[in-house]
Design a binder for this molecule. Structure first.
Ligand code: SF4
Ligand code: SF4
Length: 157
């Protein structure tokens, strides 16, 4: 996949022996159609279009279990990150979640603003009720947002 411009990722994919430990430990493989072992194989075979069509890279939960368990340090997750970056550079439409995250970061300084959640005992808790301090966002949000926008531009160029 020379198009991604990431030689190291190509080299890493060539070390894969298709043992399947990554897929065996992947939560996205358990609950979705995600197949990290196949991602590596298809990456190695240069099947970029097919990989993008599969949408597998957007199903990854970024848990890094595959990186930890791979005996050959191939690390499917790093290849998945390359695929995501490749899609962004190509100007392909990213899933709504990623667009929302980018928008949240530039508007609020947070990936997601703190929310309350319901516990198993059906009690609603938030940071305050747990005695946690309110997280501090960037002191100068406009400057911060501008830097993030520039970073995004550079990473997609
Ligand atoms: S664990 Fe590593 S070597 Fe085994 S299939 Fe996955 S990427 Fe390949
Ligand atoms: S990082 Fe992604 S591909 Fe790897 S085990 Fe976790 S969910 Fe699966």
């Amino acid at each position: 996949m020379g198009e991604t411009g990431v030689k190291m990722a190509e080299v890493k994919a060539s070390y894969c022996v298709q043992c399947g430990k990554c897929s065996g430990s992947c939560p996205a493989a358990k609950f979705l159609e995600m197949r990290p072992r196949k991602v590596v194989l298809m990456y190695h075979l240069g099947m970029v279009d097919e990989l993008i069509k599969s949408g597998w890279m957007w199903m990854c939960a970024d848990c890094l279990a595959c990186e930890e368990r791979c005996p050959y340090e191939v690390g499917p997750h790093s290849l998945i990150m390359e695929l995501r970056a490749y899609c962004a550079r190509k100007g392909l439409k990213l899933p709504a979640y990623y667009r929302q995250v980018a928008s949240n970061i530039t508007k609020t300084g947070f990936v997601q603003e703190p929310v309350s959640i319901r516990t198993r005992a059906r009690r609603r808790v938030d940071r305050s009720s747990l005695g946690l301090p309110e997280p501090k966002g960037p002191s100068r949000l406009e400057d911060f947002a501008e830097k993030v926008r520039k970073l995004l531009e550079v990473s997609m160029s």
